[in-house]
Design a protein around this ligand. Structure first.
Ligand code: EPU
Length: 434
């Protein structure tokens, strides 16, 4: 298992570039299941979850070509013939977003068999709302042996009110509704930019969707969708992680190729914490020269403060003067990074969905363990300001969603390197002479 070794206390200076959004790329790849024609997606990040989705689609019989670098981070997916509309436990257990294939499969192929994901490091994360919505669209659903099986000759439009706001749930049902018979009205939808990006792609494929990015989405079902070309939006969580890196290290960092309008709640909170930023249409500059002030924060659905930035914000709060109260409202177990930060010298107390962070405490390097993707990012940020050399274990979590993180951070002055597991020296068998 790879580890990251980070030596702290260097201000980050220069320009760092943001990749395409993992959480927009994953549903976009699933959307290719809705048509027999090729779907070409650009700005696909080179991260583990994308590779898992490629395998997932390929196992079903789709043709998936992935090209990076000069190939514009482009993937071409063609789902002309599918051998089996199934997402196995082996893949779903490593990436919950695999459940995004449920809606498209039942809508186009009339059948889907997808493993139930179970809990994960950040909370329970059921998919009951995906299932309930598909039933309302007329699918017959059964659950057996840890799998959910959905069948429908043709889905039919319906009015669906989500009991709770869900991002992939909105995306799953949005995809399903594109091929349903008649009109679907989705209410209490997630408003995340990734939902709007998916709707943009689907409309390019011939879907008739209005209102994506708002709480009410109206879909007029069509008989068939066709191929399309689409560029994935920039990753707002990666951008936010870099902004905090610049602020924490007292650097001067230009975060290029991002969408500042997707970062509103974060930028506002950082201003409250004493951080100066300036932005134009596609970059944010962060100037970390002033003292950091404590500021309470609570996570909310978009456009509120994103739960995917809470762990990184916690690292920042350890270096702010005063007490910050962080309230996690989206997931029920998303404070696993707190204990690791405490091992580095932070003063954090977690009670239920609230974490009280008392700052400013100097951080000292330690061996720490990453528990999930964003927790890993939080530890990287803490290590960048810690005294000494931090070793972060289980960085495969980080590789799920951050493209070339070490290279990018090294490019702006961080001392960071990856080491593989030390293998024991091979014991040579004695030479037997005959
Ligand atoms: N929920 C239910 N039932 C459902 C679906 C969700 O009760 O059927 C609950 C969840 O348990 C949670 C809340 O609703 O308490 C919100 O979950 P949501 O469904 O919105 O999460 P998700 O769609 O599974 C996406 C992102 C996550 C991000 C959340 C919240 C993708 C692929 N994943 O997950 O990203 O944290 O929305 O914004 O888009 C990450 O990138 O690190 C990550 C975890």
């Amino acid at each position: 298992m790879d580890k990251l070794v980070i030596r702290g206390a260097n201000p980050l200076l220069g320009t760092i570039r943001v990749s395409g959004a993992k959480n927009a790329a994953l549903p976009a790849m699933a959307a290719a299941l809705l048509t027999e024609e090729p779907v070409i997606l650009e700005n696909i990040p080179q991260v583990r979850d994308i590779e898992t989705t490629r395998r997932l689609l390929a196992e079903m019989g789709a043709e998936v070509e992935l090209g990076y670098g000069r190939a514009h981070h482009r993937t071409t997916i063609c789902c002309r013939n599918l051998a089996s509309p199934e997402a196995s436990y082996e893949l779903v257990k490593t990436m919950r977003a695999s459940t995004l294939v449920l809606g498209p499969l039942v809508a186009r192929w009339g059948r889907a068999r997808v493993s139930l994901p179970g809990g994960c490091a950040i909370g329970a994360r059921p998919i009951d709302l995906h299932i309930k919505g598909l039933e309302q669209l007329g699918a017959q659903i059964t659950q057996e042996h840890g799998y959910v099986e959905a069948r429908a000759e043709r889905l039919r439009g319906a009015e669906i009110v989500f009991d709770k706001i869900t991002v992939t749930g909105t995306e799953d049902l949005l995809m399903a509704a594109t091929l349903a018979d008649g009109e679907t009205l989705l209410q209490n939808c997630a408003r995340e930019p990734e939902v709007a990006d998916l709707a943009d792609l689907l409309n390019k494929m011939g879907a008739r969707i209005e209102g994506a990015g708002t709480v009410t989405i109206r879909v007029q079902g069509v008989e068939k969708l066709h191929g399309a070309k689409h560029r994935i939006i920039p990753d707002r969580i990666e951008a936010g992680t870099f902004i905090i890196a610049g602020a924490l290290t007292g650097g001067d960092l230009n975060i290029a190729g991002c969408e500042p309008q997707h970062l509103g709640a974060l930028l506002q909170k950082l201003e409250e914490a004493g951080i100066k930023t300036a932005h134009n249409a596609e970059s944010v500059r962060v100037m970390g020269d002033g003292p950091l002030r404590a500021a309470d924060m609570m996570t909310e659905e978009y456009p509120g403060f994103p739960t995917d930035m809470q762990p990184q914000y916690m690292a920042l709060a350890t270096q702010a003067e005063g007490t910050s109260i962080l309230t996690e409202n989206i997931f029920d177990n998303r404070f696993m990074h707190a204990q690791e930060l405490v091992r580095m010298g932070a003063n954090i107390k977690v009670e239920g969905c609230r974490a009280t962070v008392r700052g400013r405490t100097p951080l000292s390097a330690a061996a720490v363990l990453a528990s999930d993707l964003r927790a890993s990012a939080s530890l990287v940020l803490a290590a960048l300001v810690a005294d000494g050399e931090t070793i972060i274990d289980r960085v495969y979590h980080l590789d799920r969603g951050y493209e070339h993180l070490e290279e990018k951070l090294r490019g702006v002055g961080a001392q960071i390197r990856r080491i593989g597991e030390m293998l024991p020296k091979r014991v040579l068998a004695p030479v037997v002479r005959t």
